[in-house]
Write a protein that binds this ligand. Sequence first.
Ligand SMILES: Cc1cc2nc3c(=O)[nH]c(=O)nc-3n(C[C@H](O)[C@H](O)[C@H](O)COP(=O)(O)OP(=O)(O)OC[C@H]3O[C@@H](n4cnc5c(N)ncnc54)[C@H](O)[C@@H]3O)c2cc1C
Length: 303
Amino acid sequence: MRDLSRLEALATAADVDVQFDAKLSSCTTYRIGGEADALVTVHSYQMLNHVIRALMDIEMPWVVLGKGSNVLASDDGYRGCVIRLGREFSRMQVEGSLITAGAAVPLAKLVNETLTQRLSGLESCAGIPGTVGGAVSMDAGSRHEWIGRSVHDVVTYRPGVGMQRYERHQIEWGYRWCSIPGDEIILEATFELKPSTREAIANEMNRRMARRRATQPIGKPCCGSVFRNPPDRSVGALIEDCGLKGYAVGGASVSTVHANFVVNNGNATAIDVVQVMNHVHDEVKERYGIDLTPEVKFLGFEG
Ligand SMILES: Cc1cc2nc3c(=O)[nH]c(=O)nc-3n(C[C@H](O)[C@H](O)[C@H](O)COP(=O)(O)OP(=O)(O)OC[C@H]3O[C@@H](n4cnc5c(N)ncnc54)[C@H](O)[C@@H]3O)c2cc1C
């Protein structure tokens, strides 16, 4: 058993909320998952530093989550600490065509701010759930546009070291990936945008939102796309061509609206989702020889 007294001691401090045996189903858009040993929401940089040092001392694994909109959490939960960023990381600041947003700012709020400021560049993020931290970490976007293109710089916390600042040219951006080290916590990002008209920005955002409404399941818990698109192929089309729309295991099924979404029909377990994904993977492999790679991040499945 791990000695959690260091975390218990922090629980009484200001600027932090600590919860033990926290339901991961409440931390993810899938609404699936057992309990994490601890869920810690830090509201200041100083407290983040304290918490990480305490976790390093007791050798407790940790993971940072935003809205958990790209995560499937295990039914057995996570033997570690989930960290969420709070108040100090929820601010936004505008300076000319630069917008700086804390990692905990909802992506939708940042996107709305670009409209208010008449700044173009993040229209492709309209309708993507999650936080700025999660979006930068995942290089969120559409197939041909992604958030990294508009990043000016990113500030992170490197555990045990301190703050790091990465200028745009120091970061590589890939398909749902960026080169910021996986153990660093994104604290804020600055976006360099282009002045435009409110009408042009709104039109583009509305177009993308309408497309989402027409092509994605609405109202069913999910994590968006479960697999990455193979080069030059649409994974949704491959899965649909295999006749897998509606394929179900327990409470999870391939969406009948978008074949790359596996939805929770209300009582899905993580194992249901994994079994649907395994079947889809195997069918696509058999028919097309393509080895699909998950886009969703798995939490608590190790070991
Ligand atoms: C209905 C629906 C539609 C979606 N559509 C799209 C889409 O069109 N395009 C797209 O790209 N994605 C899409 N997604 C997936 C998801 O919304 C994005 O990946 C989003 O950017 C994840 O943000 P989050 O804050 O929820 O991150 P989380 O899901 O909480 O975390 C995702 C990853 O980022 C890491 N992370 C989170 N915050 C930080 C931080 N501060 N520092 C370091 N690492 C961090 C986590 O550890 C994890 O590895 C969709 C999801 C849903 C549910």
